[in-house]
Structures are given as structure tokens and as C-alpha cells.
Ligand binder design. Structure first.
Ligand code: SAH
Length: 288
């Protein structure tokens, strides 16, 4: 399908009717979805006849676009039931209805659970720097798998570390390639995380985009905020493929555990900052 046609086919895909701020729900525009999917399909051969997972499917523009570009089985995962039902409505709009499997799933929780993370236990042992993750009890977890994973993840603005948690999950799920959107300001960091921590075979920025985020939430002062975004194509290493039970696998699992611990640390320090801020403000109030 030519880009113009794809873009016009995506015009009527409904976006979040009540976007949830804590989940960073921003729909990809038809123009951007077209740009990314066309690149993935034509330049890299990652869409046609390939199985695709859309991580954080939202109302479905990327999953729908992939299907229209000739993908095989498409699976959309999201933590928000409202988004999934809006996505379902969008799929039903097409004639014949587009087949995309939708599953309610908390991707961040999955990374934690895989790591057998226990919040209470971990909080207690924070001081002695004990590594609580033990022996990764959930190594038996069977991840959903696809040739290609596409994701416009939360950027981690509301929930620290969400972007990396998504990336880690995407790399567990993809056999061939991950397409993931990240703020350009985090380029170096993403490069390091993808290649060093998650052991990617390659990680390249394949497109740069600028998008105007409409003020759909109250906290933006301006009507529209411009955000520079990189589209990454990341090839996970072969060691992440289905079975392999070798040393490299061990290293990867270890890295993943560390990463999950880092995500927790980030969240924790964000919480602490907030608490401090709050107590400072209440002290101020007492002074007056
Ligand atoms: N893919 C869609 C939506 C992107 S917005 C599009 O491109 O238009 C990010 C999506 O991630 C939202 O739908 C949000 O509900 C979902 N999300 C946020 N946190 C999540 C989590 N922990 N697990 C799964 N999905 C999550």
C-alpha cells in the first residue's frame, strides 16, 4: 500500500476520548504512523507477512497500519481497558473488520514480575543494598513473541523508567526487530541501554520526528508543546530467541534484573523527591 493511501486509511482511526495522564496516552498521528510503518515495511521488510506486537496499543493506529500493510498475526497489548475497547471499535470500522488480537496486560508489571520483584521486601532491604532478586524465580515466564514489535511507549515523564521498561519488554518479545519511539533528548541513554544493558545486536535511529503534543491535559501551559522524537530500529540478539539456555542467556537475564532494579530506584527517588517537596511546602505553610 502506498504511503498516501495508508495515511488516508488511518485518518478515521479514533483517538483516546478520555486520555489518561498517568498512562501518557498520546495517539500517534496518521502521518507519523505512516512514516514509521512504511519505513519498517519497505526499507526493512519487517511488516509484510510478519507477526507484529504493538506494545501499548492504545486506540490502535500502529496495529491497524501494520495490518493494512500486510502483517500476519497482530497482537495489541495495553493496560487500559478503555483504550482496548476504543481500539476494538476502530477495528470494527473497517470492512471487513480487521483482525487484531487484543490483550489486557501491564507491561511494566510484567518486567517486574518476571524479575519476581517484591515491593515490600525490596523497600526493607534498601539500606543494606541487598540484591533481592534472588535467582530470578520466574525464568519460566513465556513471553508473547512476534517477528516485529512496534511501540510508542510512555516517555517516562509521568512514571520514571516506563520508557526503558517498555523497551526491555519489547526486546524480550521481538525475534527480529523493535521499532520504538523515544525523546531525542534521551538518545545517548537509549543507545547505551539498548546495546550495553539489553544486549542489542544493533540500535539505530531510523527516523526523526517532531510532534506537536496538543494540550489534552491541564498541566501544559501552552496549547501545544513540540517534542523531538527518534524512531529506533533495534535488533535484539539471537540469544533472546525462544529457547537457548546458554551463558549469554544468563548474562541477559542478569542485565534485565539490574535494569528492573534501576527502574525501581528511579521510581523510588521520584517518590522521595515528591515527599520532600510536599513536606517543604507544608513547613512553609507553618511559617506563615
Ligand atoms: N500505540 C498507541 C498509543 C500510544 S500512547 C498510538 O501510537 O497511538 C501509550 C500507550 O501505552 C497508551 O495506550 C497507554 O495506555 C499504554 N500504557 C501505559 N502504561 C502501560 C503499561 N504499564 N502497560 C501497558 N500499556 C501501557
Amino acid at each position: 500500500m502506498k504511503p498516501k493511501r495508508l495515511e488516508s486509511e488511518l485518518q478515521d482511526v479514533g483517538t483516546f476520548s478520555h486520555p489518561k495522564q498517568n498512562l501518557e496516552q498520546y495517539a500517534t498521528t496518521p502521518a507519523l504512523a505512516t512514516k514509521v510503518l512504511h519505513l519498517a515495511a519497505v526499507e526493512f521488510g519487517d511488516i509484510e507477512d510478519k507477526s507484529v506486537i504493538d506494545l501499548g496499543v492504545g486506540t490502535g493506529v500502529l496495529a491497524i497500519g501494520a495490518k493494512l500493510m500486510g502483517a500476519g498475526h497482530v497482537l495489541g497489548l495495553d493496560v487500559d481497558m478503555d483504550a482496548l475497547s476504543e481500539c476494538k471499535e476502530n477495528l470494527e470500522m473497517y470492512e471487513p473488520e480487521l483482525e487484531v488480537e487484543l490483550v489486557l496486560m501491564d507491561v511494566i508489571e510484567l518486567i517486574r514480575r518476571y524479575d519476581d520483584y517484591d515491593e515490600e521486601e525490596s523497600d526493607e532491604s534498601d539500606d543494606d543494598d541487598d540484591n533481592n532478586n534472588g535467582d530470578g524465580k520466574r525464568k519460566d515466564y513465556v513471553w508473547p513473541k512476534a517477528d516485529t514489535v512496534v511501540t510508542n511507549p510512555p516517555f517516562g515523564t509521568r512514571r520514571k523508567g516506563a520508557d526503558v521498561a517498555f523497551l526491555a519488554a519489547a526486546m524480550k518479545m521481538a525475534d527480529t526487530a523493535v521499532y520504538s519511539f523515544h525523546k531525542t533528548s534521551t538518545r545517548e541513554y537509549i543507545q547505551k541501554v539498548a546495546t550495553k544493558k539489553l544486549g542489542a545486536k544493533s540500535a539505530k535511529v531510523v527516523a526523526e520526528m517532531k510532534y506537536g503534543l496538543k494540550n489534552q491535559y491541564g498541566h501544559h501551559r501552552k496549547d501545544e508543546v513540540e517534542v523531538f522524537v527518534d524512531v529506533w530500529r533495534i535488533q535484539p540478539t539471537c540469544k533472546m530467541k525462544r529457547d537457548g539456555n546458554n551463558d549469554e542467556d544468563e548474562i541477559f537475564e542478569q542485565n534485565l534484573r539490574e535494569l528492573a532494579a534501576n527502574i525501581e530506584e528511579l521510581q523510588l527517588s521520584a517518590r522521595e523527591r515528591k515527599d520532600k517537596h510536599r513536606s517543604k511546602n507544608s513547613n512553609k505553610n507553618e511559617e506563615y
